[in-house]
Design a binder for this molecule. Structure first.
Ligand code: ADP
Length: 585
């Protein structure tokens, strides 16, 4: 990442990223202007003070001056407040625009992207990295500009007031800078390391907490404890190093400020007693000193933030430049009926590790095709290719005589329905779950009819709030069979022409199993069905079985044919396929 951020043009990329977020230029410019005015007012204040102090010594207090001073104070406060608000507004607009762009992009990224990237990292792009860019726009850039102005202005005024005193003061700065440089650099390294470690630690938390059941069931608490404790320890060490650097830095800063003060007061005091300058001038000088020292820390802070923002930009841009799925281009009219031809398809997730090898078979319209094979043989991958989550490396999949990649992705996916083993439930009501992904208005009657056909109606009615019962993360937990029936109802409502089923390997109790089977047969009726089969009843019922072994098709036929002619299939069927009550009865 360090390398990437030092690439030429990365400044430009940061700049472009901000520009593309259409920052409210007028607002930000006004805010900047107000900041500048605030700073200028701040520069005038010591001059007033000087007059005030010198006026005191003349023993008469000028009312006008006090009023003027008060007015400037007030104006400064108002302008300052306004500019802070406007800068924040601008920064938030920018971050919202970048996030919106990222979110649209993330949803459009192909499944392959999510194979390559950890979820936690992708989330961090969205939350942390965009926040860094916001900080730059909302805060650091303005304080940088006003900081420069403040330093330059204060210096200019001091030079005109007393150039010798200014020169003495300026001498201190390069010496200080030289002393502070190594500490500053160490600070930067520490904060970078801390950021990376925090990301790693978050990833551990994410992984463990989201799979807490697995962790407990497998008794992995001690192992996970060590992992987390390791992260905590590392963060502690970074914190300690940071503390050490700070321990060197902050007395150094205080020392320098004190040194400056002593020098200025010592030298200036002598000048005052010699009558070379007035007491007011000395006070003003000291005030200006602060107007130089304070902004300096802001300016250095700006540079560290800029570095961070550059890194964040690289990560954001990496996502924005990733290739996305094109949902809309291509033929929108997918024929209603057609044969699916899988023609000499080969596919690998990683180069040289083929998962599907020269796979060919056809799925006829309205027929039921079962895919059978040992685990890891590539059945799910085949489904993913049909869904066009990935494209085959070789060969083609055709529907109705033309390659499925020529259809618009959205139209193609609308044609498919997928009921997976896990039957994912989204957090929300039962109604929302059944209606999820259905792109038309669904009446309650229609929804309940789907639930009825899925044999889900009865148990839903018995829930405390019926169809409006919350399920998922914060709601009630559904049983395996109930989840499957919700998934089936969802598929029924979606009404796809081609149905893809991933039969559950885990067994339900025989009553639920029987109900799920009945629901499934309602769902399959009249549709082309491709099913990853684990049950004897399913394969016996299929029009055609495709036997997949280590990515190759080694047999195609009905159960009886394959059982007779294909030794591996026979062995597999005897050992793996589950006999169940509903088929037996
Ligand atoms: P099956 O569904 O028959 O059990 P899969 O299609 O899930 O088989 O897996 C086939 C092979 O592909 C396995 O070796 C698996 O490790 C690998 N595989 C599956 N998904 C991915 C993925 N997203 N990235 C890399 N390899 C994968």
């Amino acid at each position: 990442m360090m390398e990437a951020s030092n690439k030429p043009g990365s400044w430009r990329r940061l700049w472009n990223l901000i520009l593309q977020a259409k920052p409210p230029k007028l607002l930000l410019l006004t805010a900047l202007l107000l900041s500048v005015m605030t700073t200028l007012a701040g520069l005038i204040l010591p001059l007033f003070t000087k007059n005030l102090v010198d006026g005191f010594s003349a023993a008469s207090l000028d009312r006008k001056q006090i009023v003027a001073l008060g007015t400037v104070f007030l104006a400064q406060a108002i302008a300052g407040g306004l500019s802070v608000y406007m800068l924040n507004l601008g920064g938030n607009r920018v971050v919202a625009a970048i996030r919106e762009r990222l979110w649209r992009k993330m949803l459009a990224l192909p499944v392959a992207y999510f194979d390559r990237h950890k979820t936690g990292e992708t989330i961090s792009r969205m939350t942390n990295d965009t926040a860094v860019v916001k900080g730059l726009v909302a805060e650091h850039f303005a304080s940088f500009c006003t900081g420069i102005l403040s330093v330059a202005g204060a210096l200019a005024i001091m030079l005109t007031m007393d150039w010798r005193m200014t020169a003495i003061m300026l001498l201190v700065f390069p010496v200080t800078a030289l002393m502070m440089m190594p500490v500053g650099r160490a600070m930067f390294r520490i904060s970078k390391g801390m950021q990376e470690e925090t990301a790693r630690f978050t990833a551990v938390l994410n992984r463990v907490l989201s799979e807490i059941r697995l962790v407990k069931a497998s008794g992995s608490e001690p192992v996970e404890y060590v992992q987390g404790a390791d992260g905590i320890e590392k963060l502690f060490r970074f914190g300690r190093r940071e503390g050490r650097a700070q321990a060197v830095l902050s007395p150094l800063v205080s020392f320098v400020i004190l040194l400056l003060l002593v020098t200025i007061i010592g030298y200036g005091g002598a000048q005052v007693s010699a009558g070379a300058i007035t007491a007011g001038e000395l006070v003003a000088f000291i005030l200006y000193l602060f107007q130089i020292v304070m902004p300096l820390t802001q300016i250095t802070h700006f540079f560290t933030q800029l570095q961070k923002a550059k890194g964040a930009t690289e990560s954001i841009i990496e996502i924005l430049e990733s290739e996305e799925e094109d949902l809309e281009s291509g033929e929108r009219n997918v024929p209603e009926a057609g044969t699916i031809e899988v023609d000499r398809v080969s596919f690998a997730y990683k180069a040289n590790e083929p998962v599907l090898k020269n796979v060919s078979f056809t799925i006829e319209h309205g027929k039921k095709t079962a895919i059978v094979g040992p685990s890891g043989s590539g059945k799910t991958t085949l489904f993913s290719l049909l869904e066009r989550f990935y494209a085959p490396d070789e060969g083609a999949i055709r529907f109705g005589g033309r390659g499925i990649e020529t259809y618009a992705l959205s139209a193609w996916r609308r044609k498919l329905g997928y009921v997976s083993q896990e039957c994912p439930i989204i957090a929300g009501t039962i109604r929302e779950n059944i209606g999820y992904g259905v792109d038309r208005i669904v009446s309650d009657r229609e929804l309940e009819e789907a639930a009825r056909l899925a044999y889900a109606d009865e148990f839903i009615r018995q829930l405390p709030e019926g169809y409006d019962t919350e399920v998922g993360e914060r709601g009630i937990k559904l049983s395996g069979g109930q989840r499957q029936r919700i998934a089936i109802a969802r598929a029924l409502l979606r009404n796809p022409d081609i149905l893809m089923l991933d039969e559950a390997t885990s067994s339900l109790d025989s009553r639920s199993e029987a109900v799920v089977q009945q629901a499934l047969s309602n769902l399959m009726a009249g549709r082309t069905t491709i099913i990853i089969a684990h049950r004897l009843a399913t394969v016996a019922d299929a029009d055609r079985i495709v036997f997949l072994d280590k990515g190759r098709v080694t047999g195609i036929g009905t159960h009886d044919e394959l059982y007779r002619s294909h030794a591996t299939y026979r062995e597999f069927a005897d050992r793996q396929l589950k006999l169940d009550d509903s088929a037996a009865s």
